[in-house]
Design a protein. Structure first.
Length: 218
């Protein structure tokens, strides 16, 4: 329900505003318990939780680059809500492969009627450039059949990332002389077409070259 707000004028007379301001005593669509972030390289994990939800369609995750003049929030993804709930619910979203900069995040909570509210992440997110080249151990390892390979480059470089078997035969090309921006990068490798065994993955970037071992167990 709603009611008109009246104002007390300095003269002591009471009068209504020309444009009636309606104040609703309806409960908010959601009660947000927390909204947190965790930075891993150039990936940002956003997590939030609600204590109750009423008519909640979901959350639009939005980001703004603070170092770009006149930058505005843009939509990254829409995470569906549960609609109605009186028990705590948890949500998460990973923003991947960010370029070095300073970012702000917020949630746009939208109900089924199209009404919305904003919830801002209190802290800024700073993504720094790596200071050196690095190729990390894949995870999980051993794996079946999918694993993740991550690497860091301090400058924009043309990258090659290839997979070899124990005989030195090339069995897969994950990145073929592609230009990648400075930062941390994560690549998924699917070994479904390969047999169990030891394999090697090699990264070349400019004058940098490194090889690591991994094991596929089916």
């Amino acid at each position: 329900s709603a009611f008109p707000l009246t104002a007390l004028i300095d003269s002591g007379n009471t009068g209504k505003f020309d444009d009636t301001l309606l104040i609703s005593n309806e409960p908010l669509p959601v009660n947000l318990l927390n909204f947190n972030s965790n930075v891993n390289g150039n990936n940002v994990l956003l997590t939030w939780a609600t204590s109750f939800e009423l008519n909640n369609s979901g959350f639009s995750v939005q980001r703004k680059n603070k170092l770009i003049e006149n930058s505005e929030f843009t939509d990254l993804a829409f995470i569906n809500g549960v609609g109605n709930s009186t028990v705590p619910k948890s949500y998460s979203y990973i923003d991947k492969n960010l370029s070095p900069s300073v970012y702000e995040y917020r949630l746009k909570q939208i109900d089924f009627n199209g009404n919305f509210s904003y919830y801002n992440l209190l802290n800024e997110i700073i993504i720094s450039s790596p200071v050196s080249f690095a190729l990390h151990q894949n995870y999980p390892n051993p794996f079946n059949p999918v694993t993740n390979i991550s690497f860091e480059i301090p400058t924009d470089e043309k990258i090659n990332l290839k997979i070899f078997d124990v005989t030195g035969r090339e069995v897969a090309v994950l990145i073929n002389n592609d230009l990648k921006s400075a930062g941390q990068h994560l690549i998924k490798f699917d070994g479904s077409s390969l047999s169990s065994g030891v394999y090697f993955y090699m990264l070349t970037a400019g004058n940098f070259k490194e090889t690591k071992r991994m094991m596929l167990l089916k």
